[in-house]
Design a protein around this ligand. Structure first.
Ligand code: ARG
Ligand code: ZN
Length: 880
């Protein structure tokens, strides 16, 4: 942090820039010591704004050495410009002029992984949101859009492949033996979509013919050793291209589309125009090294980045407060793509579960913000679950309000009106309104109000009048800076079940699901001709990102879990039953009372295990207990150790009570088919491995089964599942077996970066006694590397997010370990440091001694000299 008090940026202060850039020409002379960057910008006064005299040109720039500045070909002396740590200001005398800047940077020393940096000897970039200013002085804001032409110059021995956005239009060799290539993009684009890659890379090439018959070249670049891991991403890319044509009528616009895999990357991937850059773990896969989860994540992220070409690149954001314009919409698009490619109900269950566990916690904490925030100190801190995941839920609600066809009309209008522009979320909502003649005035509050609304439902049945009424109240808890919330427009999909479990027709057409448009603080809905007292099924399909409170009895939940025609709500009823039971157990555990498991949970699980009609993917979800994270989010005051104990107890009891059923289903699902990442096969593996995880609780009895699956598995999904079960198996006898398996796994895959990430993660997640000391020792292991964000996430991130017993151990040592990393990474990589703060920001929700210890670590972090903006912002907000 260079200033004592980092500045807060406000949405209300937005102003257009004083100047536009029409053309940007860049040249990079890539060197081992220093990289020389030359830019030539054609600038023009923004005539939309009224200016007295010509304002100075203030360019953004940091972490570089300024060598030379020319304006219209004339050198500007240092006495004529003003240089600060963050800006370069130049005097302006003409309405249109050319600025040429030469700077030097050292990508090899850039550990922030923002701007231009090196990963395993390869040059690569990450510019979103404000990384371009680490490359050269520029108007680094998304509403400044220019045509880019980029020349890369490098030693052809070390960097035979040199890529940038668009099409390569010229290449040659210099007298000194260096090679150069020039790339050009025919569209205007903001600087955050700039990309450059140079290295010794292999590629896989394919073709795609678009709906209008144009042939597109597709290339995936990676280090030579990974060339056999690109096929799945390539298939996913072609599926994405087809899907966007079919569902949104959107065709790809350049002649070439490239993806590059890099090992050091702060996030998942980046949608740079024509040249997506991916975290290796989100693109590389082959059956014997990647799990089904990885396969599905790759498909989703390849889709996500590809879809950005329209929702993000062709139509981009005016300013970073509008981030959800592109991210919420694109997450919604990738979720629908995944649902179409795989199991729709399962995708919905996964997304709702994730939102409710992690985003709800964010909404209830000190960093809560609306999907369109009002202010920020460091924009990197706003690439959040709220902006992404809740943003996607808001788009989904619009989709449900206007219907599938209406949504397509709205998106067509949006793309047609705003192609080539940088706009706000308002333009998106307006297009939806105009195309459908709906009024979304009240709905817009979802963009400006933070917090998770709580819906309280009361019902009443009157036999005489045959009327049933639902009274719905909404309330949204206060969030930082927002004490009083106005009512939201909440679409609540409901159904009514008769005593036999059949859906009651709610209109003449016989529909059994109806959407209630809740817009008031309190509202009553009346249903006529209801012959008997019904049971409501609320928020079907998770139709809005809210919490629902209705006093279901456990028997009613059991009934819904087996009868609800809405797949999502059947799962949800089972979850609520489990939550209710686990909460009671956790409270007993906290008071050191003896525990017994309510038989209804066993009944519910037995019914699922015996139902051979059920989609195995859904069955696997129904047989998973709510996570410790979800239970923590539900709790008034969190006692993580009690939650863990309760959940372990329930797992154990379910394993024993249904031991034969677990084994029978496990055996039924054995197969020697060759691995395929199809929805059907993934579903069977997930059910089979769910059974295995219960069987692994049964002491020594099933140890041989685990060992056998570990040894004979022919794909990573089954091997990793067995390894994970072994590592977490409570039986004493399992320990040496687990140790041997971990060593074998390491032996076999130590050269494979992606597998080593998994190897670290499985150990970081182990909750058995003694695991913490082992995790500490892994820091010294050569498979770990503090400079690689994936390794940090696998070991430290997994530990802090998914290993509650050890992270929240009573000594406070878990918090200390995390804080030590935050302090180290604050210097090395502020973005990753800031992400790691998340679990500590929740300190107020925990019981003692956790609360005080977590807070103490935050205070220790705040005392560090030179806090990055990233860390400063989150720590400050958390301690308020
Ligand atoms: N736009 C990228 C995506 O597809 C993410 C960029 C994240 N940038 C950051 N500074 N965290 O979602
Ligand atoms: Zn995105």
């Amino acid at each position: 942090m260079k200033d004592a008090q980092p500045k807060t940026i406000y949405l209300k202060d937005y102003q257009e820039p004083d100047y536009w850039i029409d053309n940007t020409e860049l040249s990079f002379d890539l060197g081992e010591e220093v990289t020389v960057v030359q830019s030539k910008l054609s600038l023009r006064l923004n005539e939309n704004k009224t200016h007295g005299s010509l304002p100075p040109l203030v360019l953004d720039g940091t972490d570089q050495v300024l060598k030379q500045v020319l304006v219209d070909g004339k050198t500007i002396e240092p006495s004529q410009y003003e240089l600060t740590d963050e800006t370069l200001s130049l005097p302006v005398t003409q309405k249109a002029f050319i600025v040429e800047v030469t700077t030097e940077i050292k990508p090899q020393e850039n550990t922030s992984l923002e701007g231009l940096y090196k990963s395993n000897g390869m040059f690569c970039t990450q510019c979103e949101a404000e990384g371009f200013r680490k490359i050269t002085y520029y108007l680094d804001r998304p509403d400044v859009m220019a045509k880019f032409k980029t020349t890369i110059i490098a030693d052809p021995q070390q960097y035979p492949v040199m890529l940038s956005n668009g099409n390569d239009i010229a290449k040659g060799e210099r007298k000194d033996g260096k090679q150069w290539v020039t790339w050009e993009v025919p569209f205007k684009k903001p600087s955050y979509l700039f990309a450059l890659v140079a290295g010794d890379l292999s590629n896989v090439t394919d073709k795609y013919t678009t709906c209008s018959g144009r042939e597109i070249t597709l290339k995936i670049f990676t280090e030579h050793k990974n060339i056999d891991k690109c096929d799945h991403a390539m298939t996913s890319l072609k599926k994405s291209m087809k899907w966007d044509e079919d569902v949104y009528g959107r065709e790809y616009d350049l002649d070439i589309f490239m993806i590059v895999a890099v090992d050091h990357f702060n996030m998942g991937a980046m949608e740079n125009k024509g040249l997506n850059i991916f975290n290796s773990s989100c693109v590389l896969a082959k059956p014997d090294t990647a799990t089904d989860n990885a396969y599905q994540r790759i498909e989703a992220i390849v889709g996500h980045e590809y879809f950005h070409n329209w929702s993000g690149n062709r139509v981009t954001c005016r300013d970073w407060f509008q981030l959800s314009l592109k991210e919420g919409f694109t997450v919604f698009r990738d979720a629908e793509f995944s649902a179409d490619m795989n199991s729709r109900p399962v995708k919905r269950i996964e997304d709702a579960n994730f939102l409710r566990t992690a985003q709800f916690a964010e909404d209830a904490g000190p960093t809560a913000h609306p999907i369109r925030p009002d202010s920020y100190i460091e924009i990197s801190n706003f690439y959040t679950l709220t902006v992404y995941e809740k943003g996607a839920e808001v788009v989904r609600m619009i989709h449900n309000i206007v219907g599938k066809e209406g949504f397509r009309k709205g998106s067509d209008l949006y793309f047609e009106r705003h192609d080539g522009q940088a706009v706000t979320t308002e333009e998106f909502v307006k297009a939806m309104e105009d195309a459908n003649q709906v009024d979304l005035t009240q709905f817009r509050r979802w963009y400006s109000q933070a917090g998770t609304p709580v819906i309280t439902v009361m019902d009443q049945y009157d036999e005489d009048s045959q009327q049933y009424q639902l009274t719905i109240k909404q309330h949204c808890p206060a969030t930082p800076g927002q004490t009083d919330k106005k009512p939201f427009h909440i679409p609540i999909a409901i159904g009514l079940l008769d005593p036999k479990g059949n859906g009651i027709a709610l209109n003449d057409a016989g529909d059994t699901t109806q959407v209630l448009d809740v817009t008031e603080q309190q509202q009553t809905f009346i249903f006529k001709n209801i012959a008997q007292q019904p049971l409501p099924s609320l928020l079907r399909g998770f139709s809005a990102p809210v919490k629902v409170k209705y006093p279901y009895s456990r028997d009613q939940l059991l009934f819904l879990a087996s009868h609800d025609s809405d797949g999502f709500n059947r799962w949800e009823a089972g979850q609520q039953l489990a939550v209710d039971i686990l909460e009671e157990l956790a409270e007993k555990a906290r008071q050191s009372q003896s525990l017994t498991l309510d038989d209804r949970l066993i009944q519910a699980y037995r019914a699922v295990l015996q139902d051979e009609q059920l989609d195995p993917a859904v069955a696997a979800k129904m047989l998973a207990l709510p996570s410790e994270g979800y239970l923590a989010e539900q709790a008034e005051t969190i006692y993580p150790l009690a939650i863990h104990q309760a959940r372990e107890f329930a797992k154990q009891q379910l394993a024993e009570a249904l031991s034969e059923a677990w084994l029978a289903v496990y055996q039924r699902l054995q197969s020697d088919k060759a691995y395929q990442p199809t929805a059907a096969d993934i579903a069977e593996r997930s059910l089979k491995n769910t059974c295995l995880s219960y069987l692994s609780q049964l002491g020594e009895k099933q140890l041989a089964l685990l060992e056998k699956q570990y040894q004979t598995a022919t794909n990573m999904t089954d091997k990793y599942a067995a390894l994970s079960c072994l590592v977490n198996a409570p039986a004493e006898l399992a320990k040496p077996v687990a140790k041997t398996a971990l060593a074998d796994f390491y032996q076999r895959w130590q050269e494979d970066v992606q597998v080593m990430e998994q190897w670290l993660a499985v150990q970081a997640n182990c909750s058995l006694p003694g695991a913490f000391e082992h995790i500490l020792s892994l820091q010294e292991h050569e498979a770990f590397d503090i400079k690689n964000p994936n390794k940090i996430r696998s070991l430290i991130g997994q530990f802090a997010m998914n290993n509650a017993v050890h992270f929240h151990q009573e000594t406070g040592a878990g918090y200390q370990l995390l804080a030590d990393y935050i302090i180290k990474l604050n210097i090395v990589n502020p973005q990753i440091a800031s992400r790691l703060l998340t679990p500590l920001t929740r300190w107020k929700r925990y019981g003692e001694p956790h609360q005080a210890q977590m807070k103490a670590e935050l205070v220790r972090i705040r005392k560090q000299p030179e806090l990055s903006k990233d860390v400063y912002e989150i720590v400050e907000k958390s301690l308020k």
